[in-house]
Design a protein. Structure first.
Length: 261
């Protein structure tokens, strides 16, 4: 009888410990979740974005990339989220972004439209191409969220970019342009007298892609986040053929979140 009593006492103690652990876990999810007893919340965020606008995969016309400098910029905005249970939820937001890059590449038979003085020429360029890209606008994501544990949350879903300002410009030199096609008239372009291009007016206003990210809660109100925005649509408008392969924006952002509500 004493042995049975000890077994019952041990089982009751284990059950009590398990219940306490479960309650602590639930308390932790509540602590780092929406404020109060709500299942939804609102948070502000500020971050810094770096990345590039690039063809995927790299075409054969680009023989080598000699220089790459991300010209990142600040991003800020707000996110609203809803928890369906302690782990799964949904999040949407509006984020202002500034993104950009500068690259230098050796190219061969690269289809280009260039300006030389008052003349505009289009054809196949071989030589050095310098490209500068700058974009600013709004990102509107809608993602599913999953809380790995009380502090860590990951998210995945589509986004839409609304472009306010777009610049895609550059220069070419140390080479030549075959006007029209690879057998056309050969125009020498020197470093001292480079040709230029500007395709900013040909960038599309609406761009779509996929966003993946994470957030780690340092305190119940303050978090650190990272995200990757992978564009799935060409940055140029339909029908733009001067650059004859699609260019996709791929940018990462890291920053801080703060729970507002």
């Amino acid at each position: 009888m004493n042995k049975l009593t000890r077994y019952i006492a041990a089982f009751a103690l284990a059950l009590t410990a398990f219940s306490a652990t479960a309650n602590d876990a639930m308390d932790a999810y509540a602590k780092y979740g929406p404020r109060g007893d709500r299942s939804w919340g609102l948070k502000a965020r500020v971050g810094y974005a770096i990345g590039g606008t690039m063809p995927i995969p790299l075409p054969a016309e680009i023989r080598s990339i000699n220089r790459f400098r991300p010209n990142g910029g600040f991003s800020f905005g707000v996110d609203g989220y809803k928890q369906f249970d302690k782990r799964w939820g949904i999040m949407g937001g509006v984020h202002f972004f500034m993104e950009g890059m500068s690259t230098g590449a050796d190219v061969k038979n690269y289809h280009m439209g260039i300006s030389m003085g008052e003349d505009y020429l289009e054809g196949q360029f071989t030589g050095v191409d310098i490209t500068d890209v700058k974009m600013s606008g709004l990102t509107i994501p809608l993602t599913a969220t999953f809380r790995i544990n009380p502090r860590w949350t990951v998210n995945l879903g589509p986004y839409m970019n609304v472009l306010f300002n777009g610049d895609f410009s550059g220069s070419v030199y140390d080479g030549y342009l075959r006007v029209g096609d690879p057998t056309g008239e050969k125009i020498i372009i020197s470093r001292e007298n480079p040709a230029t291009y500007d395709f900013g007016d040909d960038m599309r206003t609406l761009q779509f892609g996929v966003q993946a990210g994470f957030e780690w809660k340092a305190t119940p109100n303050i978090g650190l986040f990272g995200q990757l925005d992978w564009g799935l649509t060409d940055v140029f408008k339909s029908g733009f053929e001067t650059v004859d392969f699609p260019m996709y924006p791929v940018y990462g952002t890291v920053g801080i979140t703060y729970s507002l509500y």
